[in-house]
Design a protein around this ligand. Sequence first.
Ligand code: S3P
Length: 180
Amino acid sequence: MSKNVYLTGFMASGKSTIGPILANTIGWDFFDLDDVIEKKERKKVREIFEEKGEEYFRKVETECLTELSLRENLVISLGGGTVASDKNCSIIKNTGVLIYLKSSPEMAYKRLRFKRDRPQLLFPGDDEPDKSKFINRINLLMEKRIKYYEQADFVIDTDSKPVGKTVDLISAYLRNKLSV
Ligand code: S3P
């Protein structure tokens, strides 16, 4: 069975920040699934959603995940919605260890409210949605995803942890589990 480390969690939970540092720490290669999708499509995630829709994005996401899953010793930062599909979940479970970077809706709001690159959190015609509208959207997505996030092998709360501490805890877990 091939072994990779997959990082999941809501948007802005730290996956893309922690992934490369973790990979460097354990000496594995790093991939960010959104970057792989953008390279393959030669478009930004936001453009893919706008021009071809979410269904198309999810199809490409599964294709890219499948390609990466055939390799070994990779740290892969997934998109926030990647695990929310039974197919993707089984690919991940069969080819590695899933780490859930847990963050609160409040933290997601703080980190994402001025961002315009997350199609799931855009409000057409309302460029400055109020906090409750924004948090409601986050909660709706969370509700659908939580059962997938919680299937992770290791869960780590990232709200109030420095990046270095999170990386230390994950690498200690992996040392034990995978002898890296
Ligand atoms: C998405 C999260 C994004 C990206 C796309 C969809 C989601 O990745 O894959 O915008 O559905 O939660 P990040 O979690 O890295 O922001």
